[in-house]
Design a protein around this ligand. Sequence first.
Ligand code: CMC
Length: 428
Amino acid sequence: MSNSNVTLTTPDHSVSLPLVEGSQGPSCVDIASLYRETGHFTFDPGFAATAACKSAITFIDGEKGVLLYRGYPIEQLAEQSRFLEVAYLLLEGELPTAEQMHAFEDQITHHTMMHESVKNFLHGFHYDAHPMAMLCASVASLSAFYHDTTDNEDPAQRKLAAIRLIAKMPTLAAAAYRYSIGWPIRYPRNNLEYVDRFLHMMFEVPSEPLKINAVAAKALDLLFILHADHEQNASTSTVRLVGSTGANPYASVAAGIAALWGPAHGGANEAVLKMLTEIGTPANVSKAVERAKDKNSGFRLMGFGHRVYKNFDPRAKIIRATCHEVLDKLGVNDPLLDIAMKLEEVALKDDYFIEHKLYPNVDFYSGIIYKALKIPTEMFTVMFAIARTAGWISHWIEQHEMPGGRIGRPRQVYVGATPREYKAIENR
Ligand code: CMC
């Protein structure tokens, strides 16, 4: 906490508000006493200028395009680490030693199975249910199966819930997919690594053995690293808001999955692919860009823009390069990539996109990679959810470990009717 203050003057009061300093990033005005001292609230729809908590997990500098997990640059993690190590880092705050990594991996591997009743639960869905609906419901249902990890005050139970969530998410995700296409659900293979195990559960068929493609596995692992956390985005804030009520970790993470689903957030990767398909050919790109600039069209360029990044999204930079590499190595020639490249080129030169500081975000190219890995479009946001689970549960745990936690309870500017008299129905 710094000693500096800012003074806010209203017609009736002058109040001195302390500044809160983090280890880096802009300082924040602590307005906790504002209502008490002045009778005013603050109004910040979309929380564009509001820090809702302190956190030591992820740092973003949106102007410079910097993303750090626990202090480590995303570029270094993408190049040198792997998803499970990143999950450990997010949860524990430090990179693991070889021994710690082995123990963590062992724990994850031995919690990958789902209760058979969860399978029955999934079978209750209609065959064409969206896998995000199934994932959200099945994760919420875990709280009914694991009573022994729902005492939020017990650090060991919190940790076990984290392990269970990270371990079971791919199992639940693959099961939702296989159910939707009428294939028998596959059990997790403990002799495989995290990402290989997921690909096996997704694609193995009884009629022939599956050879995991190392290029596909590496690409997926990279995408999981890039999506693992992103500080107080809408879904993580949802997990924290639900968590602030004392709700159990499974319910809190299920709420995060619901928040992720929307096209303004994690649903954008699915929306990008649909948009590129609709554009159809690079020749139609300029028309699409013009439409995106017309506010009356209701159309936005999906995969463009970010609340925090106003220069470039460092994850998009990595994904763009990977996209070309993966498609080359897998021998995939996807016309959607040509459309995406043309769209990026046209938009980045366009005054509207320049003035509004709109750049491709993490979801712009990820869908093309998922498609090359033969992951169906409805599963794209599910993939995001698998990775972000590491971030969500790290935030949920941090929230419970940090002293001074309070229920999240924003206020509003009421714009409804002022007091009036009730009228009997015959007089209305
Ligand atoms: N296409 C066209 N115009 C846009 C776009 C876009 N993709 N994004 C923002 N704008 C315009 C918007 O119309 C507004 O213009 P004006 O100031 O003239 O009214 C201005 O840019 C600011 O937009 P905003 O909606 O106030 O910005 P925001 O910070 O509230 O929203 C966003 C950020 C990501 C929701 C938004 O840029 C968007 O809808 N992008 C498309 C969806 C998308 O790709 N989402 C994934 C985000 S990254 C991954 C993740 O978080 O999951």
